[in-house]
Write a protein that binds this ligand. Structure first.
Ligand code: PLP
Length: 397
């Protein structure tokens, strides 16, 4: 092996492999219904595209400051304060090429090798990858089924925390479960973080992908602004996944370190994309509102069909663009005991492509229920209906 030892600890995002498999299946002439990746098939709002064009023509094509252009840092601080009731200033913001880079930079800035980090599992796989890559010890916590949605397993946090635990990662409005913490749960998490002196990564990638009610940030609870770093992204709210624009928002000292990591890694985020980001935040918001309306219609169409399938139960989350149905009964009825054979069988026989619980971490001890994750951000209502009706027929066949 010629690569460094740490490379064996670097994880992956296996949803991309499912995407590749679906692409190959489609290239062989098959119809595919893409529910696998949290990418979006909706266009970025026109005003944002125009702002980027204008900026390119105006010569905004050179390097920008490492932590981002002042206009965007100002606009982000103002927007986040308005929506979260926080008190950030421009120097609480380090602009990033996407939300994802905040995860590794937060861990690099705050975790020493051997430190423990509490993180959600099932969850976005990059947390575990980055914790282990940088020599930390991941402590996974799960979600429990409730009346209307999953809720965070507070006991799993309390059971595992130790004096070596330094960081907590929270992804409220969660990928993949769609779990949304009510205020009381956020309050308990805040108390827990304060009691154990934890720094917290608040992954708020889906903060604005909300169909009912209002999102609340953990950073808005007393004493939390000082210990939270918010992962902000333009990817979902403005359908800008491929533009790569996001930010780390938090205490100035930590943000200073994160900006220094920017200086070392990518120098800066693309200049004209940052100018488009200012337009996204301060310009006409009707494009973003339309995106939410379209996603809601898709959620309702998908949930209605899934919930009618025998052996399947599914919450209808008021946020994110994921459904996380329990398919334990269906897998048993079809004679499958492992996820991958089931997933491949469904793809081959119906063209419906999705991720399973396995793509979001290893099953926790004692976990017996089986789940799939269906993303409806990259597939229109007609295809959702057509694909899931084929899935329903397969389930009952
Ligand atoms: N966090 C969560 C929970 C996500 O699901 C994603 C993307 O799917 C991200 C962060 C990162 O998104 P991006 O890098 O496009 O901002």
């Amino acid at each position: 092996m010629i690569t460094a030892e740490r490379i064996v600890r670097l994880g992956s995002e296996t949803a991309f492999a499912v995407s590749e498999e679906a692409r190959a299946f489609a290239a062989a002439g098959n119809r595919v219904y893409p529910f696998h990746l949290g990418d979006m098939d909706l266009p970025t709002p026109e005003n944002i595209i125009h702002a980027a064009h204008r900026a390119m023509r105006d010569g905004k094509t050179g390097y920008a400051p490492n932590a981002g252009i002042p206009e965007l840092r100002d606009a982000l601080a103002a927007d986040i304060n308005r929506s979260r009731g926080t008190h950030y200033t421009a120097d609480s913001v380090a602009v990033q090429p996407g939300g994802k880079p905040v995860i590794g930079k937060f861990i690099l800035a705050l975790m020493n090798p051997g430190d423990e980090v509490l993180y959600p599992n099932p969850g976005y796989p990059i947390y575990e990858s980055q914790i282990e890559f940088h020599g930390g010890r991941g402590l996974p916590y799960g979600f429990l089924p409730g009346k209307e949605n999953f809720h965070l397993d507070m006991d799993a946090l309390r059971r595992q925390v130790s004096p070596r635990t330094k960081l907590l990662i929270v992804n409220d409005l969660q990928n993949p479960t769609g779990a949304v913490s009510p205020d009381e749960e956020l309050e308990q998490i805040a108390e827990f973080a304060l009691r154990h002196d934890l720094r917290v990564l608040c992954d708020e990638a889906y903060f604005d992908i909300r169909y009912r009610g209002r999102s609340r940030s953990l950073a808005s609870f007393p004493g939390m602004e000082e210990r939270c770093v918010i992962l902000y992204t333009f990817s979902k709210k403005y359908a800008m996944t491929g533009w790569r624009l996001g930010a780390a928002v938090g205490p100035r000292q930590i943000i200073g370190v994160i900006a220094k990591l920017n200086l070392n890694d990518e120098s800066c985020t693309n200049h004209f994309v940052q100018i488009a980001g200012v337009e996204a935040l301060t310009g006409d918001q009707s494009g973003s509102r339309r995106i939410i309306d379209v996603l809601k219609e898709r959620r309702d169409a998908a949930a209605e069909i899934l919930r009618a399938i025998p052996g399947v139960s599914c919450y209808v989350p008021e946020a994110t663009f994921y459904l996380y149905p329990d398919v334990t009964g269906l897998m048993e009825a079809k004679g499958f005991s492992d996820y991958e054979s089931f997933r491949k069988d469904v793809l081959r026989k119906t063209g419906v492509s999705f991720c399973t619980r396995l793509h979001f971490g290893k099953a926790l001890p004692g976990e017996t229920r089986r789940h799939l994750r269906l993303a409806y951000s990259g597939i229109g209502v007609e295809d959702i209906r057509e694909g899931l009706l084929k899935f329903a027929a397969y389930a009952q066949g």
